[in-house]
Write a protein that binds this ligand. Structure first.
Ligand code: GRF
Length: 196
């Protein structure tokens, strides 16, 4: 399966996907990285890994989200992409792109959805006194952070946790979960899996 990863920043989840796909037995290959931010650090990381990396800046489209998405979609089609992984991609998608890629677009979110959709999940989980937190890989639909869940990984919230210590614990699980879920999806498996 030919996969594109969409990023907006650091791209640590993208790195985890690239690393996993090095294994010849992995059922997907990361063939393209796109970012809406020309200065996204992940673009260089991808290039260093020998993967085509392209910035399609959203600013020239001045809020015409769909026009920006059409440029993204053209690049995806050009590269013969079959599946898209959003990884720290911080743009809201319109029904244009979510419709075009329905069932073939994955996202990773740092909470145990449906709890804590949206931003600043670690702060909110701590504020709420939750004892458990985690991350979710789901299929992208037109409603943000909804869509069928492919898998989740849970972590404990520990006494003394700060948003940063909690985020780091969740991120480590993200780097495990995302490659595993992409592989299952690429193999055509469709039942959700709960990793410990
Ligand atoms: C991560 O917390 C991820 O859950 C969210 O974006 C954050 C940054 O991820 N999607 P990355 O290091 O850019 O992959």
């Amino acid at each position: 399966t030919r996969v594109a990863v969409l990023i907006s920043g650091r791209g640590s989840n993208m790195e985890a996907l690239i690393e996993a796909a090095r294994d010849p037995a992995f059922p997907a290959e990361i063939v393209l990285v796109l970012s809406n931010k020309p200065d996204a650090a992940g673009l260089q990381t991808a290039r260093d890994a020998g993967i085509a990396a392209l910035a399609i800046d959203h600013r020239p489209y001045r809020g015409d989200r769909e026009a920006h998405e059409r440029a993204i979609d053209a690049a995806l089609s050009e590269a013969g992409i079959e599946c898209v992984c959003l990884a720290g991609y911080m743009r809201l998608l319109t029904p244009f792109l979510t419709g075009r890629w329905a069932g073939r677009m994955l996202n990773i979110h740092p909470s145990l959805l449906p709890a804590y959709p949206g931003l600043h999940t670690h702060e909110r989980v701590l504020k709420a006194g939750e004892k458990q937190h985690g991350c979710t890989v789901h299929l992208v639909t037109e409603v943000m952070d909804e869509g069928p869940i492919l898998g989740q990984a849970a972590v404990p919230v520990l006494d003394g946790d700060t948003p940063d210590t909690l985020a780091a614990r969740v991120l480590a699980e993200e780097h495990r979960l995302y490659p595993a879920m992409l592989a299952r999806h690429a193999r055509g498996e469709r039942s959700p899996l709960i990793l410990s």
